[in-house]
Design a protein around this ligand. Structure first.
Ligand SMILES: NC(=O)c1ccc[n+]([C@@H]2O[C@H](COP(=O)([O-])OP(=O)(O)OC[C@H]3O[C@@H](n4cnc5c(N)ncnc54)[C@H](OP(=O)(O)O)[C@@H]3O)[C@@H](O)[C@H]2O)c1
Length: 254
């Protein structure tokens, strides 16, 4: 049997990069999907690709910072597919990058809103649906930035993403007895539009690669495999974890 047979999953940030790769993998493993991001055309193409392989998915486009979208995602999962078992709260943006004293409060707030508050809002609506199902798995996409390394210019991004680790641990503690697990992926450099935007010059790219023990960055499919592990029953005794999927950034010293 496939790892996610009979499961219903929400994937945010599914129009591109890690979220798109995870949505395709989850669908290939039998999950029925609700996918979201702002770009509806990309979402429709993703849904068509999933359906082309015999899977089921529904697109629910919108801005993740909009609380009504967070509610609609869970309502769609329950209305269309009968419940919710899995959520990959993955949507994120780099936001305003500058030395801390130069980051505007508006830029800070927007980054925290999209990366942290929206993920909380999604979880807030996902949890009751998972309770009704008798359990579930919530996965947040965090990063090495702020958790493992303090990369200059990324104060807002780092703070928002490190906040996800705290949120993960509290949800895991609160809902473990009710069979809901919560974990965070601590993701290293990954070849996506965001990854490329964060390291635009050959020198910056080489620096990012050098942070990793593997001396390379990931492809999105490698991160998707880790998300699948945390989403599925294969990780049934893993909760509250900030799991490095970082090519060895956490142990690399050279
Ligand atoms: N790439 C890396 O090196 C790296 C490393 C560590 C962690 N991460 C994290 O991995 C996650 C996925 O990023 P990625 O690398 O796959 O980059 P990506 O390809 O740029 O994907 C980002 C996704 O987030 C969505 N998104 C951004 N802002 C949104 C908003 N306001 N409302 C709705 N959706 C929004 C984007 O969709 P739309 O533009 O269509 O809205 C897109 O689907 C992010 O949370 C990122 O912080 C990435």
């Amino acid at each position: 049997m496939s790892a996610l047979e009979g499961k219903v999953a929400i994937v945010t940030g599914a129009s591109s990069g890690i979220g798109r790769a995870a949505a395709l993998l989850f669908a290939c493993q039998g999950a029925k999907l609700v996918v979201t991001a702002r770009r509806a055309v990309e979402l429709d193409a993703l849904v068509a690709e999933i359906e082309g392989h015999g899977g089921q998915a529904v697109a629910c486009p919108g801005d993740i910072a909009d609380e009504s979208l967070a509610r609609a995602l869970t309502e769609t999962a329950v209305g269309r597919f009968g419940g919710l078992d899995i959520a990959l709260n993955n949507a994120g943006q780099l936001g305003e990058t500058a030395p801390a004293s130069d980051i505007s409060l508006a830029g800070w707030r927007e980054t925290v809103e999209v990366n942290l508050t929206a993920a909380f809002a999604c979880a807030k609506y996902q949890l009751p649906a998972m309770l009704a199902r008798g359990g579930g798995s919530i996965v947040f996409t965090s990063t090495i930035v702020g958790h493992e390394v303090g990369l200059p210019g990324m104060a807002a991004y780092a703070a928002s993403k490190a906040g996800l680790v705290g949120l993960t641990r509290v949800i895991a503690a609160e809902y473990g007895v009710q069979r809901i697990r919560a974990n965070a992926l601590v993701v290293g450099g990954t070849d996506t539009p965001m990854g490329r935007a964060a390291a635009q010059t050959p020198e910056a790219h080489a620096f990012v690669e050098s942070l990793h023990a593997l001396k390379r960055i990931a492809v999105p499919e490698e991160i998707a495999q880790a998300a699948l592990f945390l989403a599925s029953d294969a990780s049934s005794f893993v909760t509250g974890a900030a799991m490095p999927v970082d090519g060895g950034v956490s142990i690399n010293r050279a």
